[in-house]
Design a protein around this ligand. Structure first.
Ligand code: PLP
Length: 436
């Protein structure tokens, strides 16, 4: 356990530092579906870390690949030169996307992937002689990371209010969360496709010629699992096409199998122009993000004057260790038929989650792929307090969950078996019952 000086030295991200440091939760190792604390106690990982470990922890194929990579090429600059694994991984990612996309641009995180995609959009429109298209349309309750770009197009007020004015020229679609109409839906909710038509209102207000792109998570994770209503994403795609607006899907959470398909765009049958990813790309082992681009965007920029076509990139873009982890992760996805397994678990997962209906303060249960959410009625005047108590108790009793406000979000590694689903919902049932 860290001592007081160590606790004090670490300014922890997205953490109630004072509350945490009064009673720290520490994990010391992990394998497969479980974390272990320093005494060796097992904690079932109900969240795949932060949605980023689809293949389970310390997968031996990835461990070996990273060990080999670090002993071979520790670092290589990505500007004006490269190393084989960066190209190999890009080609494999394009294949993994079913060739929906033609190019991959590496970043180190989801936040950087989002800012990269926003910059690509601006550069693309400018290259086509439509440089006046600078406005971005995000969505209320959207989360696109913590860079100034991502924060600006994001719609979570807690993430914005400390930081002033952010990017100008951004407007927002309404979110699609509606408990009155959609509570306890199994899979995608029926009500709300018309909310995509709000884009028409924004087009009328701002004029299409000023709008560069719409950015949404196909399924919002961080806001507490907000599912797109049936046909919503198709409508959004049609409207973007109608008005010459690019569509960006932020698949940082949904990419790499969360919906039991390679990407959420496969699940929904809607292809964006740009797709941001990170997390499961390397199974969370080495930080890496990637923006997938349709060839039209890349090709447009390749037609400009000779020289650097996009003045953008990171010291660690395409880092050799990240590429090795990414290649190994893709191999595991394929060789171990992880998506097929995930798909075979989804019905049992849905039943397990919805078996919590009727427990005290449970006002909604919702699911898609291997994602689940339990929404609790808030304690009067104390939003988030009830779910936080469940989170702390669950950790003490051997289950890691995640909370946003009073929503519990669940997103286990895709390698889970029925026994893990029973353990997760069994323990949560007992904890929620005690809440009464
Ligand atoms: C949809 C989405 N976009 C972007 C991000 C930011 O990713 P990162 O924390 O790697 O910067 C996240 C993180 O959860 C996310 O869920």
């Amino acid at each position: 356990m860290p001592d007081k000086q160590q606790l004090d030295a670490y300014w922890m991200p997205f953490t109630a530092n004072r509350d945490y440091k009064a009673a720290p939760r520490i994990v010391a190792s992990a394998s497969g579906m479980y974390y272990h604390d320093q005494s060796g106690r097992q904690i079932l990982d109900g969240t795949a870390g932060l949605w980023c470990v689809p293949l389970g922890h310390s997968h031996p194929v990835i461990v070996r690949a990273v060990q080999k990579a670090i002993a071979t090429l520790d670092y290589a600059p990505a500007f004006q030169m490269g190393h084989p694994a960066a190209f190999e991984l890009a080609a494999e990612l394009v294949e993994y996307s079913g060739r929906r996309f033609g190019q991959v641009f590496y970043t180190n995180s989801g936040s950087e992937a989002v800012d990269t995609a926003l910059k690509m959009v601006l550069a693309y429109h400018r290259a086509r002689g439509e440089g006046q298209r600078t406005r971005f349309i995000g969505r209320e309750r959207g989360y696109h990371g913590v860079g100034f770009g991502g924060m600006s197009v994001g719609g979570l007020s807690a993430n914005r209010k400390q930081f002033g004015n952010l990017l100008g020229g951004v407007d927002y679609l309404p979110h699609t969360h509606n408990l009155e109409k959609n509570a306890f839906s199994r899979g995608l909710p029926e009500y709300g496709a018309h909310l995509a038509d709000e884009l028409e209102r924004l087009v009328t207000l701002h004029d299409a010629s000023t709008i560069a792109a719409v950015i949404v998570e196909p399924l919002s994770g961080s806001a507490g699992v907000i599912l797109p209503p049936k046909h919503y994403l198709q409508r959004l795609r049609e409207l973007c096409d109608k008005h010459g607006i690019l569509l960006i899907f932020d698949e940082v959470i949904t990419g790499f199998g969360r919906m039991a398909t390679p990407f959420a765009c496969d699940y929904f049958g809607v292809t964006p122009d740009l797709m941001t990813t990170a997390k499961g790309l390397t199974n969370g082992v080495v930080p890496m993000g990637a923006v997938f681009s349709k060839p039209a965007i890349y090709d447009t920029l390749m037609q400009g004057p000779a020289g650097i076509e996009l003045f953008h990139g990171y010291t660690y873009s395409g880092h050799p260790l990240a590429c090795a982890a990414g290649l190994a992760a893709l191999r595991v996805f394929k060789e171990e038929k992880v998506l097929e397994h995930a798909q075979s678990m989804t019905a049992y997962w849905e039943d397990g989650l919805h078996s919590l209906k009727g427990l005290p303060y449970v006002i909604d249960l919702r699911n898609a792929g291997l994602i689940g959410a339990i929404e609790l009625e808030s304690l009067p005047g104390k939003p988030g307090a009830r779910a936080m108590e469940v989170y702390k108790t669950a950790f003490a009793e051997g289950v890691l969950i995640r909370t946003t406000g009073d929503i519990i979000a669940l997103s286990p590694p895709l390698i889970l078996e029925k026994q893990h689903i029973d353990e997760l919902f069994g323990k949560l049932r007992e904890i929620l019952k005690r809440n009464a």
